[in-house]
Each structure stands twice: as structure tokens, then as C-alpha cells.
Design a protein. Structure first.
Length: 118
């Protein structure tokens, strides 16, 4: 099982980034996918989540209107388009795959660093 995030970088305030998470080794299309982030000294928090078919999404209030999550089940990949980035978006971003009982799984990627700074 692998979840491999990419796309993190240093970007100026107001800029954009697109994160990707490529999955392998499990039934990707059956589970919910989420992006979490963790800033230094803070707890990990949910940023966005998307249902198995991509038909439903939800976002943290702090990113609504700026971030968009999508998935491509033909490529086993999820994306997080981040626009109008702010310094407070600086964090390590993690991809999570989750499926409930009876075929449960809960997998995490290694994270990708996003730094928003002038």
C-alpha cells in the first residue's frame, strides 16, 4: 500500500499550488479520500474530503472558496487545488484513504511541505 503526495513548495502569499496523491495497493475507488495538514506546534486538522465517486466534498471553513479537492479513479489519484494561499496555510499536507467496515482501511501518506511566505 502506498500513498505518495507531491506538489508541495514554497509560494508567495496569494499564489497557487496543486497537490497530488497517487495511491496503489488497495481498492482506491471504494474509499473516502481526505487531505489533512499539520503546522508546527499544532494538531493535525482536516482540510478537505471527497467521497468514493467524487460526488461529495467537504472543506474546513478556513479553506472554503480557496481550495478544491478532486479525484480521478481511473488514475488512483486525488488532487488539492489551492488558490489565494495565505501564510497560515503553511503546513505539512497529508493524504488519507479511509473505508469503513467490513472492508476497512485507513492509510496515510508521508506528507508534502507547503510553505507560504514572502
Amino acid at each position: 500500500v502506498q500513498l505518495v503526495e507531491s506538489g508541495g513548495a514554497l509560494v508567495h502569499p496569494g499564489g497557487s499550488l496543486r497537490l497530488s496523491c497517487a495511491a496503489s495497493g488497495f481498492t482506491f475507488s471504494s474509499g473516502r479520500m481526505s487531505w489533512f495538514r499539520q503546522a508546527p506546534g499544532k494538531e493535525r486538522e482536516l482540510v478537505a474530503a471527497i467521497g468514493s465517486t467524487g460526488g461529495s466534498t467537504n472543506y474546513a471553513d478556513s479553506v472554503k472558496g480557496r481550495f478544491t479537492m478532486s479525484r480521478d479513479n481511473t488514475k488512483n489519484t486525488v488532487y488539492l487545488q489551492m488558490n489565494s494561499l495565505k501564510p497560515e496555510d503553511t503546513a505539512v499536507y497529508y493524504c488519507n484513504a479511509y473505508r469503513g467496515w467490513p472492508f476497512a482501511y485507513d492509510y496515510w501518506g508521508q506528507g508534502t511541505q507547503v510553505t507560504v511566505s514572502s
